[in-house]
Design a protein around this ligand. Structure first.
Ligand SMILES: Cc1cc2nc3c(=O)[nH]c(=O)nc-3n(C[C@H](O)[C@H](O)[C@H](O)COP(=O)(O)O)c2cc1C
Length: 190
């Protein structure tokens, strides 16, 4: 085994898109890998303070958190490079489209197949960074990613994962097991 010291090396990392409104009601979105579900109805976002998204979260108290498909990889990566602090028309440049959420003061980006509509619950400004806790008020999914029973079929999201060591994106592969079932043969009366 080789030692690498203290690094943020875990794989896979997700790529989620945080959608917010700027003060002039234009849309901002940024890529986020350091966060995700932290309770049944909650998400945690770990953010650098200087992002435009953070100012928007403070001003509007709401956001959307979306799973991008591979068809939007270029636009989504761009929104992880450019900041609306410097590029006011950042979102417009991507060619993506958004409508206002009916539940929260945040944009729903139409090209993203799965979107969580969230309210800011807490901004935790810690010495080690800013963590934003959000309450999920609704989950929306495009019809095209539903299975015959109307459930979300994650394979149909056709999303991608982030490798923080080599900065590559990976397509999500095939199903290889069943959670809480694949290990069942080893269960001995626990
Ligand atoms: C794959 C990827 C993952 C990222 N993850 C995070 C993250 O977890 N937290 C963070 O603060 N910035 C993250 N970023 C950087 C922001 O998306 C980037 O700084 C963006 O320009 C901020 O936009 P804004 O200033 O318009 O809000 C990530 C970027 C990429 C490409």
């Amino acid at each position: 085994m080789k030692d690498f010291g203290v690094k943020p090396y875990l794989f896979p990392m997700p790529v989620y898109m945080i959608g917010t409104y700027n003060e002039d009601d234009t849309v901002d979105a940024m890529a986020m890998a350091w966060g995700g579900i932290c309770a049944e109805n909650m998400v945690a976002l770990n953010l650098e303070e200087d992002h435009k998204t953070v100012a928007n979260l403070k001003a509007r108290g709401a956001f959307t958190l979306s799973v991008p498909g591979r068809d939007t990889l270029v636009a989504s990566d761009y929104m992880g490079i450019a900041s609306a602090n410097k590029v006011p028309d950042k979102f417009a440049r991507t060619g993506l489209h958004a409508v206002k959420s009916s539940r929260v003061d945040a944009p729903v980006i139409l090209e993203y197949p799965l979107t969580l509509e969230c309210k800011v619950l807490e901004m935790q400004e810690q010495p080690y960074g800013l963590r934003v806790l959000g309450e999920i008020v609704n989950v929306m999914a495009d019809e095209k990613v539903l299975d015959a029973e109307g459930r979300i079929d994650s394979g149909k999201l056709d999303t991608f994962l982030f490798d923080q060591v080599r900065f590559d994106y990976y397509a999500v592969g095939e199903i290889c097991g069943k959670a809480w079932h694949s290990g069942a043969p080893l269960v001995k009366g626990e």
